[in-house]
Design a protein around this ligand. Structure first.
Ligand code: TYM
Length: 326
């Protein structure tokens, strides 16, 4: 059975961009594949962070993934830093990763431009990601579009290590991304990708009231100035959210009523709010249950780390053996 694997940073709360672009797909794929998911806490220290807050967010992210539907009976969930082989393999992979490949990563270019002094971890971030994936010899990686370039780098690393040390065998498979139709959800500003670092998101666990307070003023088709102006659904972020949350008949109705100005933007947002409530209410309920019984999170993470340590050790031992390090 092919193995799928993916991670998420605990740099903020789980938002509907993460959910629609990746986590919802994890929940579906765990039914059909051997699945490994983790909270990428070592990745999140490559940007400025506050230790107390990080400690809380790591746990909250794990709890949110369980609430979103990751089932420890079907999938393995763990905390990246609980499996030391991730950093061990990263160091080894540093020796087969060309500097130029790292320097041209768009996320590195974007993030390093926003900082006065850039730490090495931000540059080698994708090498850690390659180690995350290749440690488990993952075949498929369900992610949003922004991770596709990082996955290309993982394939470069796999190819180079295989060529230099594989002894004629492709020990590491070249991992492929698995994208959803919601691979790039825009923020409520309609300007940038929805992201934890920009305050343009809806948290997966926000209350119905909080979500409405954010949806109400959210950007729509900028050409639709008055209630009577017909709109163009394809340029409206609310329409794209409908495609992710509403049934096809509703999406069709939204498109017609937007084009004919049958509905105003607020009418359209009210329907979206109902669709979101339908999908998110059970997730909020599960999150409340998990909050009552925190041992669920601890047990899932402990079992996940124990299982992953065994697989990861085997890989690193093999790699060291092939490289003359053992
Ligand atoms: P992160 O934490 O930024 O995001 C987690 C997942 O959510 C997806 N995503 C989105 N999808 C659609 N629209 C959006 N606006 C949006 N924002 C985020 C991301 O593409 C991602 O799939 N480097 C990774 C974490 C990571 C990882 C890995 C992933 C570490 N190691 C190994 C896969 C395999 C990251 O920062 O994701």
């Amino acid at each position: 059975m092919p193995r799928i694997l993916s991670g998420i940073q605990p740099s903020g709360e789980l938002h509907i961009g993460n959910y629609l672009g990746a986590v919802k797909n994890w929940v579906e794929l765990q039914e059909r594949y051997e699945s490994i998911f983790f909270v990428a806490d070592y990745h999140s220290i490559t940007q400025p962070f506050e230790p107390q807050l990080l400690r809380r967010r790591r746990r909250e992210m794990a709890a949110s993934l369980l609430a979103a539907g990751i089932d420890p009976a079907k999938a393995t969930l763990f905390m990246q830093s609980d499996v030391p082989e991730h950093t061990e393999l990263t160091w080894i992979f540093n020796s087969v990763t060309p500097l130029g490949e790292l320097e041209r990563q768009t996320q590195f270019k974007d993030k390093s431009q926003r900082q006065e002094s850039v730490m090495v971890g931000l540059l080698t971030y994708p090498v850690l990601q390659a180690a995350d994936i290749l440690l488990y010899r993952g075949d498929l990686v369900p992610v949003g579009e922004d991770q596709v370039q990082h996955l290309e780098l993982s394939r470069v690393v796999a190819r180079r290590w295989n060529a230099q040390f594989g002894g004629g065998e492709d020990y590491f498979p070249e991992p492929q991304p698995v994208l959803t139709p919601a691979r790039r959800i825009m923020g409520l500003d309609g300007q940038a990708k929805m992201s934890k670092s920009l305050n343009n998101y809806i948290g997966l666990l926000e209350t119905s009231e909080q979500i409405w307070a954010k949806l109400r003023p959210a950007a729509t088709d900028p050409a639709r100035q008055r209630r009577t102006d017909p709109g163009t659904p394809e340029v409206c972020n609310i329409y794209h959210l409908h495609k992710a949350f509403s049934p096809p008949e509703t999406v069709e109705m939204v498109a017609v009523n937007c084009r004919t100005a049958g509905w105003g933007c607020i009418d359209c947002k009210k329907v979206l709010h109902e669709s979101m409530d339908r999908e998110l209410t059970p997730i909020r309920r599960r999150a409340a249950e998990i909050a009552e019984r925190p041992a669920i999170v601890d047990e899932a993470l402990a079992a996940g780390a124990a299982k992953c340590r065994v697989i990861a050790r085997e890989t690193v031992d093999h790699v060291k053996e092939r490289m003359g390090l053992a």
